[in-house]
Design a protein around this ligand. Structure first.
Ligand code: MG
Length: 260
């Protein structure tokens, strides 16, 4: 069921969005060559406790998961792109890291993801990350009340295909509210002018993710971490946005922190 939020409810969602933006910015700043993925999760957990927030991940146990996730953040490195289960791994020079983080504050969820390189970046990784970020920006720009979900999907696909990347539509964006994954589903490819109309009060997470040279995934033995089938690297960009008559509000926007 698709639920629409009142302007007052959208205001109530802002603290969760701001907190997710702050945590991702802090973790990105502190994640370096030599950082252990388990320390990223530990630090995220400390910030959740200090803020009195609730993790959306730690007890998360969907049908495709082998067991409850057990951690508070997804850390996907290099050929891992989604649902990376933090494990004992020390980041190396040039590693491409994706962090995906969601919490609930006062009963409202926010969900966001960011990709970056630690140490010396490879040009092809920077291009992959930049294309994913531009796909998200184009999708947000298309999230206006004269459009439909297909316009968001087509915006993502347009930027991605122009960059030469294929799209896997197994995982995409979703409604956000009192729970992390609600209706509607937001596919990362689709036809403009199709699908559910973007009504004021619709709150969704938009999350393009790309793999450099394939659109096929394999699951790690941990039952969670999704990797490219060919070992090529992945990138993931996600924001939670509210659609309003005045245009989209990016609830997890990091610009107030002076970062992108
Ligand atoms: Mg997410």
């Amino acid at each position: 069921m698709i639920e629409l939020r009142t302007p007052a409810e959208i205001e109530q969602m802002r603290p969760a969005g701001r907190f997710v933006a702050e945590v991702l910015t802090t973790l990105r700043d502190q994640t370096k060559v030599g950082t252990n993925l388990l320390d990223i999760d530990r630090h995220a957990h400390e910030m959740i406790r200090a803020a009195g927030a609730q993790s959306c991940y730690i007890d998360y146990h969907p049908s495709f998961g082998a067991s409850p996730f057990g951690k508070v953040i997804c850390t996907s490195v290099n050929d891992a792109v989604l649902h990376g289960l933090p494990h004992d791994y020390v980041l190396r020079d040039g590693d491409l890291v994706s962090l995906d983080f969601a919490v609930s504050i006062d009963g409202w969820v926010a969900d966001s993801a960011v990709s970056f390189v630690v140490g010396t970046p490879r040009d092809e990784d920077l291009r992959l990350i930049d294309t994913t970020q531009r796909a998200l920006a184009a999708a947000i720009a298309a999230a206006t009340t004269d459009h439909r979900i297909g316009d968001i999907s087509a915006a993502i696909a347009g930027v991605s295909h122009a960059g030469g990347y294929a799209i896997n539509t197994d995982f995409g964006g979703h409604g956000v509210g009192h729970v992390m994954h609600g209706d509607p589903h937001i596919p990362n490819d689709g036809k403009p002018g199709r699908g559910y109309p973007l009504r004021p009060g619709l709150v969704i997470a938009i999350e393009p993710w790309l793999l450099a040279t394939t659109d096929e995934l394999v699951t790690d033995p941990d039952g969670w971490t999704l990797r490219s089938v060919d070992g090529s690297r992945g990138s993931h960009s996600e924001h939670t946005i509210a659609i309003t008559a005045e245009g989209p509000i990016v609830l997890t926007d990091r610009s107030f922190l002076g970062v992108d």
